[in-house]
Design a binder for this molecule. Structure first.
Ligand SMILES: Nc1nc2c(ncn2[C@@H]2O[C@H](COP(=O)(O)OP(=O)(O)O)[C@@H](O)[C@H]2O)c(=O)[nH]1
Ligand SMILES: [Mg+2]
Length: 346
C-alpha cells in the first residue's frame, strides 16, 4: 500500500497497519504538508476510544502504573494506546522498570502502541500535538488511550482536559502534603490512585485525601476558565447532578497489586459519564479546549504575519524601555494587523 499519500496512509491506518500509524504521527509532529489533510480525514473516524489521563508528581510511579494498567486492559481483550509526555518516562527503549517478567508482555504486543512525545517546541504546541496524536490513535481503533503527564502547570492541565477520566497519582513519602494540591491538579481528579501502597505512610496519604474530598472539590470544568468558549449552560448542567465522588484506590505498581481495582474504577467512571450524559458535556469541554488552543496559535501566527518585522521590533524595544506598557502595545499590534489587512484588501 502507498504510505506516502493521505488516502494510502488513512486506508492502511484503518486496517491496523502500525507503520502507517507511526508515519502519520511523524507527519503531525513535524507538521508536514500532509498533517492537516490527514487530521481532517481522520477526525470523523475518532470518538470511540475512552481517553484516560494519568497525572501526578514525578516519581509517584505513573509510568510503572501505566504499564500495569495496560496489562490489565490487555487481559480484558481491549487494545491500548499509550502517550507519555514526561520525557523521563521509561517507555521509549522498551526497557521497563519493575518486574521485568511481567512487563515483558507489553513489548511486541500488537494490541499496545506506545509513543513518547517530545517536549520540544512551545508548550501550546505540545498540548496540540498531543491532542492530535490522541485523535489518530482513536481513529486507529484503540479501545483505551492512556496519557501520562507530569501534573504541573497550565499546559498539563490542558493535556489532561483531553481525557474523559483523569487519575491523579499520589504516593507516600513526599511529606504529609498531598502533592496534587501543590501541583494544582486536585480539581481535575476523577480518581485518586495512592501508589506505593507497600510503603510506610500510605494510610496517612489516604486520610489526607479523604479529608480534602470531604471539604468538597470543585468539579473539573470549574478550573478550566474557558469563559465564552463553553456553551452557556455547560456549568449548570455539570453541577446539576453531582453523583460522582472520586474514589481512592491503593496500588503497588511494581507488583501490579490494585491495578485491576484501578481499571474497575476507570471503567465505572466511563459508564457513569455515558449514563449520566456527561460524556457529551466532556466532549464539548474537549472541543472548546481544542478550539481555543488552535485559535490562539492561529491568530498569533496570522497577526505576526501581518506586522512588519521592524514595526514589531520597534514596539518590543519601546516596551523594554518602559516607554510603552505591554497592554497598550498589544492594542497597537492588533490595530496594526487589522489596518494592514484593510489596506491590502482595499
Ligand atoms: N516501592 C514501590 N516503588 C514503586 C512503585 N511504583 C513505582 N515505584 C518506583 O518508583 C520509581 C518511579 O517510578 P516511575 O513509574 O518512573 O514514576 P513517574 O515519574 O511518576 O512516572 C521507580 O523506581 C519505580 O520502580 C510502588 O508501587 N512501590
Ligand atoms: Mg514517568
Amino acid at each position: 500500500m502507498e504510505l506516502n499519500t493521505v488516502e494510502g496512509l488513512t486506508e492502511a491506518l484503518l486496517t491496523g497497519n502500525r507503520r502507517a500509524l507511526a508515519r502519520i504521527i511523524s507527519h503531525i509532529e513535524n507538521n508536514t504538508e500532509l498533517a492537516r489533510p490527514l487530521l481532517a480525514t481522520l477526525y470523523p473516524r475518532a470518538g470511540q476510544a475512552h481517553i484516560i489521563g494519568i497525572t501526578g508528581a514525578p516519581g509517584t510511579g505513573k509510568s510503572t502504573l501505566v504499564n500495569v494498567l495496560a496489562q490489565v486492559y490487555r487481559q480484558r481483550h481491549l487494545t491500548v494506546g499509550i502517550i507519555a509526555i514526561d520525557p523521563t518516562s521509561p517507555f521509549s527503549g522498551g526497557a521497563l522498570l519493575g518486574d521485568r517478567v511481567r512487563m515483558r508482555d507489553l513489548s511486541g504486543d500488537p494490541g499496545v502502541f506506545i509513543r513518547s512525545m517530545a517536549t520540544r517546541g512551545s508548550l501550546g504546541g505540545l498540548a496540540q500535538a498531543t491532542a492530535d496524536v490522541i485523535m489518530v490513535l482513536d481513529a486507529a481503533g484503540f479501545d483505551r488511550i492512556i496519557i501520562e503527564t507530569v501534573g504541573v502547570g497550565q499546559s498539563e492541565v490542558e493535556i489532561a482536559s483531553a481525557a474523559y477520566t483523569t487519575v491523579v497519582v499520589e504516593a507516600p513519602g513526599f511529606g504529609d502534603e498531598v502533592q496534587a494540591i501543590k501541583a494544582g491538579v486536585l480539581e481535575i481528579a476523577d480518581i485518586f490512585a495512592v501508589n506505593k501502597a507497600d510503603r510506610e505512610g500510605v494510610d496517612r496519604t489516604v486520610m489526607a485525601l479523604k479529608m480534602m474530598l470531604s471539604l468538597g472539590v470543585p468539579e473539573k470544568f470549574q478550573v478550566m476558565h474557558h469563559g465564552r468558549m463553553l456553551p452557556v449552560d455547560f456549568p449548570a448542567a455539570e453541577r446539576s447532578t453531582n453523583a460522582w465522588t472520586p474514589p481512592i484506590i491503593k496500588t503497588v505498581a511494581t507488583s501490579g497489586q490494585g491495578a485491576a481495582d484501578l481499571v474497575d474504577a476507570i471503567e465505572d467512571h466511563r459508564l457513569y459519564l455515558e449514563q449520566s450524559g456527561r460524556r457529551i458535556l466532556r466532549d464539548q469541554l474537549r472541543a472548546a479546549t481544542e478550539l481555543r488552543m488552535i485559535l490562539r496559535d492561529y491568530l498569533l501566527e496570522e497577526l505576526l504575519a501581518r506586522i512588519p518585522q521592524e514595526r514589531l521590533q520597534h514596539i518590543i524595544n519601546a516596551v523594554a524601555r518602559r516607554e510603552l506598557d505591554p497592554y497598550t502595545a498589544v492594542q497597537q499590534l492588533v490595530h496594526a494587523a487589522f489596518a494592514s489587512r484593510n489596506a491590502s484588501s482595499a
